[in-house]
Design a protein around this ligand. Structure first.
Ligand code: ATP
Ligand code: MG
Length: 260
């Protein structure tokens, strides 16, 4: 097994901690067979990676052996955003699924007790050819048997089909919504796409909520939402998602924008 050091700041404030505790408690009570969970959202930047890594860390603190798999093979920023340093040649999911290395080469034990990590290794132009395969399905199955929980950080379901393909190998879906941004119609579409996979949506995380706004304004939620995060400020980095948009169904994307 390889080693990884996560240097990024994972410390949450009180409200964030409480929200993560709620999410993880609810996940714990989702059932003993719910171990492989894909995290996705309608659009980019809603906070999938943030929720994924924080969920993993919180679960690990509860004594669970948890694996974070980065399956955003088109545009992962986990390593850079959380300053994750990998030992060895830096193999990841893309290398494994394309037959260039073994599971042992891509499985990293991190400096956080009980937290294990599989990075993407390298960006891939056609990730579906790696993900929508029996090899991927088998891998997730085996990992689900080796860890108490496997959290898979996926691309947004509204733009590319990857998350739905990943969901087919999982026990449940966690949908991240961005407060005041995720549109009801986009959410409905994401829900329908996930229902086609047959994998249940365990719940939604309403992310980037400013608590004082939440208390004075109306908001909607969908499903059994796990918790809320106090988030302070907005992020608008859509420019960097052009690769998603190129590979996505352009019509869908445009329709999504018009509906907002
Ligand atoms: N609850 C939160 N509180 C504070 N910052 C947050 C929160 N959620 C997300 N962020 C920040 O918002 C930005 C986008 O988050 P993140 O990268 O997790 O989104 P994503 O949905 O994984 O994006 P992508 O679609 O690119 O994979 C990051 O800078 C992250 O640190
Ligand atoms: Mg992400």
């Amino acid at each position: 097994m390889q080693k990884a050091v996560i240097r990024g700041n994972l410390v949450l404030d009180y409200a964030g901690n409480e929200a993560l505790n709620t999410i993880c408690s609810n996940l714990t009570f989702s059932g003993k067979n719910v171990r492989k969970i894909v995290v996705t959202s309608c659009e980019p930047n809603d906070g999938k990676s943030f929720v994924s890594i924080q969920t993993v860390v919180n679960m690990a603190r509860r004594g669970k052996r948890v694996l974070l798999m980065d399956a955003d093979l088109r545009l992962s920023v986990l390593n850079a955003h959380y300053d994750i340093q990998l030992s060895g040649p830096g193999f990841g999911l893309a290398h494994l699924l394309s037959g260039q290395c073994t599971v042992d080469d891509v499985l990293y034990e991190t400096n956080i007790q009980n937290v294990y990590y599989i990075p993407i290794g390298t960006d891939v132009q056609a990730p579906l050819s790696l993900i929508a395969t029996p090899d991927f399905d088998h891998l997730v199955k085996v990992l689900g048997e080796s860890f108490d929980m496997v959290i898979i950080d996926a691309p947004p379901v509204g733009l590319v089909i990857d998350a739905a393909e990943i969901a087919k190998s999982c026990d449940g879906v966690m949908l991240v919504l961005e407060y005041n941004k995720t549109h009801r119609r986009a959410l409905q579409a994401a829900k329908e796409q996930m229902e086609v996979t047959g994998t249940p949506i365990l719940g939604c995380v309403l992310n980037k909520v400013t608590m004082d706004r939440l208390s004075t304004k109306k908001y909607y939620s969908y499903g059994g939402h796990y918790g809320r995060y106090g988030k302070y400020g907005k992020y608008g980095r859509y420019g960097r998602y052009e690769r998603y948009e190129r590979s996505a169904d352009k019509k869908e994307t445009d329709a999504g924008r018009e509906s907002r």
